[in-house]
Design a protein around this ligand. Structure first.
Ligand SMILES: [Cu+2]
Length: 307
């Protein structure tokens, strides 16, 4: 996976956060150079020399204190005003409680539930959006505080249980934009990645339409056996979208990654996951079913039909 740099924005919202980030970095660099420089000068110029007498006490000159205070206030103002401007530039048009968002993104320990309420599509960990269209996304948490950050596209936002907020998600060019949960939320936090996949509107519409259709019925013997096993092991007690203890698996085969970006979605990795989820993602809230190899083979065959 490639690095997703906040210095390479791909939307107006990303560009606004980039300018503010650069301003704060430059101001911070300036303060650092002045302070570290003065410390160095003082340490070298006034160092103890052999045979030198005790230095005389230093008289504080109060005029200088006014200068320090004025400089600190000036820096704060220089950050505060652009911060307010950036918050306005990236604010969702319908305010922070838009009643009809295009997307609902819900943080779970340790994966992201993604809903398209207008088309009743539910998926996980990968948000697909059409290029150029601002998507209003409501952010919620199912358990603890998480934080949504996709540096190239949108401002960073906490997901606080009980307090939904809204961000604008938009990408001006197609691509995959990586992000992550950036608020420590427990053992699985490091593998709570999210990616935004921006596609041309036609491809996006085709994807949305195919997600709305039920997957084809399994036809090979392995897949049919896998479907029975899926039923009898009650996987949907956690995975059905109405429960959402785990990610919706209706179209699992169309996803690029598994388990919050932990690994690419391949049949081999699906098998590894089913064999021992905890080994791949310590703390993951999916039980180890202690499945036999042929059961795993059948379940993988079945999950691969779900596209
Ligand atoms: Cu987290």
């Amino acid at each position: 996976m490639q690095f997703s740099s906040p210095f390479n924005p791909a939307s107006p919202e990303g560009a606004a956060t980039k300018s503010l980030l650069e301003l704060v970095l430059w101001l911070g660099a300036g303060v650092f150079v002045i302070v570290a420089g003065l410390v160095l000068i003082a340490a070298v110029r006034f160092r103890a020399r052999p045979g030198a007498p005790e230095p005389p006490p230093v008289q504080v000159r109060h005029q200088w204190e006014y200068v320090w205070i004025a400089a600190a206030v000036a820096i704060l103002i220089a950050i505060f005003i652009p911060t307010v401007a950036m918050m306005r530039a990236t604010a969702p048009p319908g305010g922070s409680e838009d009643p009809s968002p295009d997307l609902i993104i819900i943080g779970h320990q340790w994966w992201w539930e993604i809903r398209y309420p207008n088309s009743h599509v539910v998926t996980a960990n990968e948000v697909r959006i059409p290029v150029g269209r601002p998507m209003i996304a409501r952010l919620e948490s199912a358990d603890v505080i998480h934080d949504f950050w996709v540096p190239q596209l949108a401002r960073k936002e906490d997901l606080t249980p009980g307090y939904p907020t809204t961000v604008v998600l938009r990408a001006d060019r197609p691509g995959t934009y990586l992000g992550a949960c950036v608020e420590f939320c427990g053992v699985g936090h490091a593998w709570m990645r999210i990616s935004v996949i921006a596609e041309f509107p036609q491809a996006f519409d085709a994807w949305l339409a195919s997600e709305r259709r039920p997957p084809p019925a399994p036809s090979t013997p392995d897949a049919i056996a896998g479907a029975k096993l899926y039923e009898s092991l009650s996987c949907d007690h956690c995975h059905a979208s109405a429960v959402a203890v785990g990610p919706d698996l209706t179209h699992i085969a169309t996803r690029v990654t598994l388990a919050g970006g932990r690994m690419p979605n391949t049949p081999e990795n699906l098998a590894r996951w089913l064999a021992d989820p905890q080994a791949l993602k310590p703390g993951a809230l999916m039980p180890d079913f202690r499945l036999a190899p042929d059961q795993i083979r059948d379940l993988v065959a079945y999950l691969e039909t779900r596209r």
